[in-house]
Design a binder for this molecule. Structure first.
Ligand SMILES: Cc1ncc(COP(=O)(O)O)c(C=O)c1O
Length: 419
């Protein structure tokens, strides 16, 4: 039986949630929840989260997932219809939802990318790309310092952060990391592995603390990959689908990667799904053999309905344009308020579209501000690969009133951390 929105709000939350987290999940996860104020989310609608204590929190966090907020009606309608007809497929018979979703995705990615492999989490799309690279002899993987690509063993080999990698070594062999935004360093590394490298890069580094590369960098990466016959994988799991105010980070410089990775927003805030989209040439090793890389729930109809609904919602509600407009406004206003309230403690406010980072000069300030913001009714993100940057990833569906709420809350929180 489904629970409707008002019922979810009225339903009592069992006692001792933290204790049960501790017992049945993990002590660390329980402590993290406590550290961030211990609020319990019970329902969500659009950009708002509703808590068990009756609070409303504006969701500018969620690690970039909620581009269209929660439970967008278009996505819910598609998913509900699929749930009531054929939610999980047999995988032997043909099934239309997966083709519909693939076609919808191919229509919106940079032209030339035409073959899709669906997965669940972002890290699984990364794994697919690694295997696709290896299957065509690109054995040497090059990723960027501070880049983030997920935490399964292959993806973790690319996620160049020692604390995440250390307990799990040895990881994949033949991986190197070069400084982000430095085309000369990439060329030096590529020249050591002509014809056998795969480069994986984010158009803007998200978890590194919203690092925007110098203009022309992506074009340089594309050119160098061609020159040294490397496979060019653009990880748009965080940046894609309008998050940066363009459909893709690739569009910022008009580049065509061999492989594009999509995740987060593709879920439509409803069913997790990710995808690897490739040119037919790059996809060739996966094209013939349907068993070369499989997973039971890859392309499951429920997730496909969410992906199709998410793409439709982005188009119908002009969310890419909205992300660009809102992003510009927020960047200016957040910078104005942060300069006024935090002065020299602020290093920089930067970003593109609705991926916004605030970097501080004082250790610990990003965390303190995050906590104050939650208290003021706004959820933001910390950055997994940078302790001095707080990240905001607001949905593109914020109204003018929501924006004002965010700015007022930010001003109060910024004032509180220095008082
Ligand atoms: C650029 C990028 N790639 C890959 C991932 C991994 O995605 P997931 O956490 O869904 O596995 C993330 C997650 O933040 C990401 O930002």
């Amino acid at each position: 039986m489904s629970t409707s929105f008002p019922d979810a709000l009225a339903a009592p939350v069992a006692d001792d949630l933290v204790g049960r987290y501790r017992r049945f999940l993990s002590k660390g996860r329980a402590s993290l929840g406590e550290m961030f104020g211990g609020d319990v989310e019970v329902a969500a609608e659009g950009p708002w989260i509703h808590t068990a204590a009756g609070r409303r929190i504006l969701n500018c966090g969620g690690y970039g997932v909620f581009l269209m907020g929660a439970r967008h009606p278009r996505v819910v309608a598609e998913v509900t219809r699929q749930l009531n007809t054929n939610p999980v497929a047999t995988r032997l018979l043909l099934e239309p939802a997966v083709v519909d979703a693939a076609e919808a995705l191919v229509e919106i990615v940079p032209s030339g990318l035409r073959k899709v492999h669906f997965a669940g989490a972002g890290t699984e799309a990364v794994e697919a790309a690694i295997k696709l690279a290896r299957a065509q002899g690109k054995h040497h993987l090059i990723s960027m310092e501070l880049g983030y690509h997920g935490k399964t063993m292959g993806a973790l080999s690319l996620t160049a952060k020692d604390v995440f990698q250390q307990p799990f070594r040895p990881l994949l062999p033949q991986v190197s990391h070069v400084p982000y935004g430095d085309a000369a360093a990439l060329e030096r590394e590529l020249s050591r592995h002509p014809g056998e490298a795969c480069v994986i890069v984010e158009p803007v580094q998200g978890e590194a603390g919203v690092i925007v590369p110098p203009e022309g960098y992506l074009r340089d990466v594309a050119r160098l990959c061609r020159q040294y016959q490397a496979l060019f994988v653009l990880d748009e799991i965080q940046t894609g689908l309008g998050r940066l105010g363009t459909w893709w980070g690739a569009d910022r410089e008009g580049v065509l990667p061999d492989v594009l990775l999509v995740g987060k927003g593709l879920a439509g805030g409803v069913v997790p799904v990710s995808a690897m989209v490739a040119t037919p040439e790059a996809f060739r090793p996966f094209d013939k053999d349907p068993f070369i890389h499989t997973s039971t729930f890859s392309g499951n109809p429920l997730a496909m309905a969410a992906a199709r609904g998410a793409i439709a919602a982005i188009k119908e509600d002009s969310l890419v344009e909205r992300a660009a407009e809102l992003g510009e406004l927020l960047l200016t206003e957040l910078e104005r308020i942060a300069r006024k309230r935090l002065g020299g403690r602020l290093r920089e406010v930067r970003g593109a579209g609705l991926l916004i980072g605030l970097e501080f000069t004082v250790p610990g300030l990003a965390g303190e501000l995050l906590l104050e913001l939650i208290g003021a009714g706004v959820l933001a993100n910390h950055s997994l690969n940078s302790s001095t940057v707080m990240r905001l990833t607001p949905p593109a569906v914020l109204t003018g009133t929501d924006v004002q709420f965010l700015l007022d809350a930010f001003e109060r929180a910024a004032h509180a951390v220095v008082s």
